[in-house]
Structure formats: C-alpha cells, structure tokens
Design a protein around this ligand. Structure first.
Ligand code: HEM
Length: 193
C-alpha cells in the first residue's frame, strides 16, 4: 500500500517537471518562457512545502498515520523543485554569471531571503539521510523545526518578488499561518523552552 502511494507521489511530482521542460524545449510556454519556468518551479516548490506541513495534521484528522510516512518523500520533492527554480534562475537569467549571483543575493532582499530558505531546505534534505538522522539524535527534531522558518522566508520571498498584485502571496501567507497555528503548542515549546 505504502509503496503504491509513494509511486503515485513520485509520478505526481515528476510528470509536471517533464511537461514543463518538454514545453520549454518545444517553445509552447507562451511569450516569456523564462518567467514561466521560474514561476512554475517556484510556486511548485512552495505548494509542495506547504503540503509537507499539512501531512501531520491531515494524518491526525483523517486518522491515516500512513500520511506521516510520506513527509520525508514530499519534503524532498519540495527541495527538488527549489533546486530547479534556482538552476532556472542561474541558467536563464544570469547565464551562469556567479559574480552576478552573489551581487543579486547582496542587493536584492527577495533573493537574499530566497537563498536563506534554500540553504535551510538543503540542510534539512541532507540531514534526512537515515544514518545522519540517527547520529543527530535529539538535535534532529530541533533542526527540522527550521522548516517553519524556511516556509515563512519563502512567503516573504514571494511577496517581495511581486511588483503589483499581492493576492497570491497573501493567500499563501494565510494558508501558512493556518498550518502554523495547528502546531502552535509545539512551536511555543521550541521557541521559548
Ligand atoms: C535559492 C534562491 C532563490 C532564488 C535566486 C530565487 C529567485 C526567484 C526569482 C528570480 C523569482 C521571480 C521574481 C520575478 O517574477 O521577478 C522568484 C519567484 C518565486 N520564488 Fe524564488 N528564488 C529562490 C528560492 C526560492 C525557494 C527556496 C522557493 C520555494 C521553496 C521559492 C519560491 C518562489 C515563488 C513561490 C516565487 C513567485 C513565483 C512567481 O510569481 O514568479 N524561491 N524566485
């Protein structure tokens, strides 16, 4: 059962990426394909990140503990989308100009915050390897609470990247606030103990 669900999750995450790059190669993504791929992978990463945060409350609500077992897999897909998002930016917008990347990180606050979120997600993905998780003991949970900071940083990144219509980031902010409020006691213990 769990294996079939995992296969479905892999396909649901992988197929949109295949469709996206197939469209990019065949020039079917509209007038501004670069903006399209950056938008698609950015919102994809954020959607999957929020889905990761929704799995525990959903497992409790629907009494389906199997959902908790999907957290790592879904979280790693959020990270994969974030990698594609960053690579699209470096490849299509900066043409692999690493000095320009550093100056963008320093000069543009929305890129600074995006990079901060990306670094946190990288650390979480790296420490999700079983051997490392075991070695970290109690510190593992402490570190993985940083997923909340990463999610907040991504919503700020989205909001700051928008020039006009703030409807979408505002909606994401509301969903994130709701997901965080479901964990308020756990977050209070983490922050104030
Ligand atoms: C690694 C550092 C990052 C860089 C350099 C970066 C770069 C960008 C750029 C250039 C945009 C488009 C802004 C525009 O339309 O002018 C963008 C938007 C966005 N990014 Fe990132 N990003 C980073 C990290 C992340 C991460 C980690 C996530 C999610 C997990 C994310 C999610 C988003 C979202 C949701 C948008 C708005 C989509 C849109 O409307 O275009 N970004 N980012």
């Amino acid at each position: 059962m769990l294996t079939s669900v995992k296969i479905i999750v892999h396909l649901a995450a992988l197929l949109p990426l295949v469709w996206l790059y197939y469209g990019a190669i065949n020039d079917t993504l509209g007038a501004d394909p670069v903006e399209y791929v950056i938008h698609f992978t950015g919102t994809g990463a954020l959607n999957i990140l929020l889905l990761t945060l929704a799995l525990s409350p959903a497992a409790k609500f629907f009494k389906k503990p199997v959902l908790i077992k999907l957290r790592r897999l879904v979280g790693l897909w959020a990270f994969t989308y974030a990698i594609f998002h960053l690579l699209n930016f470096i490849f299509f917008e900066l043409q692999f100009d690493w000095r320009l990347l550093v100056s963008e990180i320093v000069k543009r606050p929305y890129i600074t915050v995006g990079m901060m979120a990306f670094l946190i997600l990288s650390l979480l993905a790296f420490t999700s390897i079983n051997r490392i998780k075991r070695k970290m003991g109690k510190n593992w949970q402490q570190l993985h609470n940083w997923v909340y900071i990463a999610a907040i940083a991504v919503v700020i990144h989205f909001y700051w990247s928008i020039k006009s219509d703030i409807y979408q980031p505002a909606l994401y902010a509301l969903i994130l606030l709701w997901l965080l409020s479901l964990r308020r006691s756990r977050i209070k213990v983490w922050l104030f103990k």
